[in-house]
Design a protein around this ligand. Structure first.
Ligand code: BGC
Length: 733
């Protein structure tokens, strides 16, 4: 049997241990020579297993976060080399996503359950061909451990003096073992270690470590002191305007490490949780603070990097790095909104807008497939897609929103275009279709009316006191209804289905949309975002004159705003693409290169090392956006990277020939950028496109990998090319 873990039982500690992380232990001896040994393990919570004192594997936060009501992953490890004649296995359990409070700030109870439990089975094969199975069951012993608390939001509390006493019987926990599945997660591990950049003494006298990078992970430290001395470490993303430590924007998340020393030199790093931080404030440190005693461990889903971009503009390069870091910090088993405050949730809208960029930066197929399977399981019978996956919002908040729920169509489609996996598209087709039908069944006929929507979330044109941009939420909803229907049709055609019904629906949506929202040549919502979605989603149809009028108005609105954007989560990802599409890439560059608020480079100028939730999370005068919602590591606006790859460097996928079997190279240079270079390690090989300006001339070079073809357009001249290295010259427009 492959999943021999099902022979084991879920074991937990005493109910009264509550926040304390339990440990479980079993000793065993073998009389025969071992040929191989495999450990299968999982937890409702997160686990750390040790055999003979040695940690099993290098993965953290396992078994990951799924819709626990439907499925729970287990991991398998080859532990042959770790066993000896007489061995001991110890498994520690942290509360993880399962037993930590999640989402609702006021509770202290675990979201899915109050205490963690683990399940494990060790299968040993001997050289004589016989086997032995050691499973978690009533024969194991439990102990409270030195980890007194470990919560996703609140951090870890550790008393290093405690030596677990395994004198308590385990409790058997009832969870349907048929829900156990082999892991689908990308491995989560420490991918980088960062040294302290600076030790700061703030005006308030606080001692703060600065790692120079906003990241997700944990702090590792070595300390020498005497037993009973307690240190506290607070995590923060920014300093306040006076240079003091600040983390009010974490809201109710304590993100606090409390560590009580044993005697002597000792080291510690979080075992069952993670933090989002750049700064760490030390309280009650027992000795001189030496930078070399601290390291920041960067933790995330360890996807393979596939996309690189570099240009002749240092600040744009920094922006691109920040985008990469934003993805690293927020792709931790599920695509989260942010890694620091009391959310860290799989917000669908954030993933929807960033997906295209994400699948270019990294090979994120496995990562998204796992998350989309949870989405499919969480989809309500009527097709509703919850706002957050895994869904932790029970009724009555269990409703959707356009752009958020549309992750159900956008993400499967983007993954298909990037990696060309038809089976995966087929797996999610039903979910896509149910979503479109759900929206169709909403009031409004061919429009999406009378529902809750987040709208153009955080758009700068939001009315005072609101997070929702000025664009009509109903218009956005209807535009997304059109987009999702379009993507459903594309997917259906790939899979060979008759899509006539949906083609009719699509055309009806388009007609109804224009009839409702187009008045006297303008959209009823006269905003940048409204024109962007109307043009980019194809709502002008074949009407070139209408598209031109819409484009002209978009340009006017940008110019009226002093050549600046006014868009939020919905308009921003498509803004530069739309400007390029209407023949104004120069304006796209103007917005990209703008340095004053509101702009991408404003945050770079303010010292950002990740992408901010708000265009002005930190203002020029050093003041902050309200602490209620002000993350400095939110990737949505990082979606601009797909324009850098696709237009600035000019490498575009071809949805009719996915996985870059055929693609387009059509860079649009701009003197203000000086040069640009992108490299994509696609499933079909490594693509490169580069240009640089020499006066008014531009030198282009590109690489088309073996087995692929590309349509190359340079200076308005198009060629069909097969594999090879090429150079071309052109002039600036
Ligand atoms: C999150 C967002 C999310 C939103 C819903 C916020 O609190 O951080 O990124 O999409 O709620 O509008």
């Amino acid at each position: 049997m492959n999943d021999f873990i099902k022979e084991a039982k879920f074991i937990s500690g005493e109910a009264e241990w509550k926040l304390i992380c339990p440990k479980f232990r079993k000793e065993f001896t073998f009389t025969k020579a071992i040929k191989s040994a495999e450990l299968q393990i999982s937890a409702l919570g997160v686990y750390e297993a040790k055999i003979n004192g040695q940690r099993v594997g290098d993965l953290v936060m396992m078994p990951g976060w799924t819709e626990y009501a439907h499925r729970l992953q287990y991991q398998s490890y080859d532990v042959t080399e770790m066993l000896s004649e007489s061995s001991v296995i110890e498994i520690g359990a942290g509360h993880g996503w399962y037993a930590s409070r999640m989402g609702t700030p006021k509770t202290t109870n675990g979201f899915y359950g109050d205490v963690p439990s683990v399940i494990a089975a060790l299968k040993v094969v001997f050289t004589d061909g016989s086997e032995e199975l050691i499973v978690t069951d009533e024969t194991w012993k439990a102990a409270t451990s030195e980890v007194l608390q470990s919560q996703i939001y609140d951090g870890e509390t550790m008393d290093a003096r405690i030596v677990p006493q395994f004198d308590t019987n385990v409790r058997i926990f009832d969870y349907d073992k048929e829900k156990l599945i082999p892991t689908e997660s990308e491995d989560i591990r420490v991918t980088e270690k960062i040294a302290v950049k600076k030790v700061i003494v703030t005006p308030k006298g606080e001692i703060v470590l600065d790692f120079g990078q906003n990241l997700t992970g944990y702090l590792e430290f070595t300390v020498c002191g005497s037993a009973g001395h307690t240190v506290k470490l607070y995590h923060g993303e920014v300093l306040d305007k006076d240079g003091n430590f600040y983390n009010e924007n974490y809201r109710s998340a304590k993100a606090l490490t409390t560590y009580t020393l044993k005697d002597g030199v000792q080291s510690y790093g979080a075992i069952y949780t993670f933090y989002g931080f750049r700064y760490v404030k030390l309280e009650n440190w027992p000795e001189e603070v030496k930078a070399e005693n601290f390291t920041a461990c960067v933790v995330h889903s360890d996807m393979k990097r596939t996309g690189w971009f570099k240009c002749g503009h240092a600040k744009i390069n920094k922006l691109f790095e920040n985008i990469i870091y934003g993805q690293r910090g927020n792709f931790l088993d599920v695509p989260t909104d942010c890694p620091q405050r009391d959310e860290r949730l799989g917000w669908t809208g954030d993933a929807e807008v960033f997906c295209k960029t994400a699948v270019t930066n990294y090979d994120a197929e496995r990562f998204f497939a796992k998350w989309l399977r949870d989405m499919k399981l969480a989809q309500r019978e009527d097709g509703m897609i919850p706002r957050i996956i895994p869904n932790i919002l029970p009724s009555p908040n269990e409703s959707s929103s356009s752009a958020w729920g549309d992750a159900a169509t956008v993400c499967p489609w983007e993954i298909y275009v990037a990696y060309g996996n038809k089976e995966l598209l087929a797996e999610f087709y039903g979910m896509m279709e149910k979503w479109v039908n759900y929206v169709h069944a909403k009031p409004g006929g061919y429009l999406w009316k009378d529902s809750f929507h987040f709208g153009d979330w955080l758009g700068i044109d939001a009315p005072a006191g609101s997070y929702r941009g000025a664009t009509s939420e109903e218009l956005i909803g209807s535009a997304y209804f059109y987009l999702s229907t379009t993507l459903l049709i594309k997917a259906g055609k790939v899979l060979g289905y008759d899509m006539t019904k949906y083609e009719e629906l699509k055309e009806n949506i388009r007609k109804a949309y224009l009839a409702e929202y187009l008045k006297d040549g303008r959209l009823t919502s006269d905003t940048q975002t409204a024109y962007v979605v109307t043009i980019h989603f194809g709502l002008c149809g074949c009407d070139a004159e209408l598209k031109k009028a819409m484009g002209d108005r978009l340009i006017e609105l940008i110019e009226e705003a002093g050549d600046s954007l006014r868009t939020g989560f919905v308009g921003t990802p498509y803004l530069l693409d739309t400007l390029t599409e209407i023949g104004r890439p120069d304006k796209a560059y103007t917005l990209l290169l703008r340095e004053k608020f509101p702009s991408w480079l404003f945050s770079v100028n303010m010292g950002a090392t990740t992408i901010w939730e708000h265009w002005d999370g930190l203002r020029e005068d050093g003041s902050f956006w309200s602490k209620d919602m002000n993350s400095f590591n939110h990737y949505a606006y990082g979606s601009v990277a797909s324009w850098m790859y696709g237009t600035a460097a000019g490498i575009k996928s071809d949805e009719n020939c996915p996985a870059y079997k055929h693609f387009f190279i059509s860079p649009i240079p701009d003197k203000r950028l000086g040069s640009a270079k992108a490299k994509l390690d696609t499933r079909s090989g490594s693509i490169m496109s580069e240009w640089y300006c020499e006066g008014d001339d531009v030198r282009y070079s590109f690489v088309i990998p073996e087995g692929t073809t590309a349509t190359v357009t340079i200076d308005g001249k198009t060629e069909e090319l097969s594999a090879g290295k090429y150079t071309r010259w052109g002039t600036l427009a």
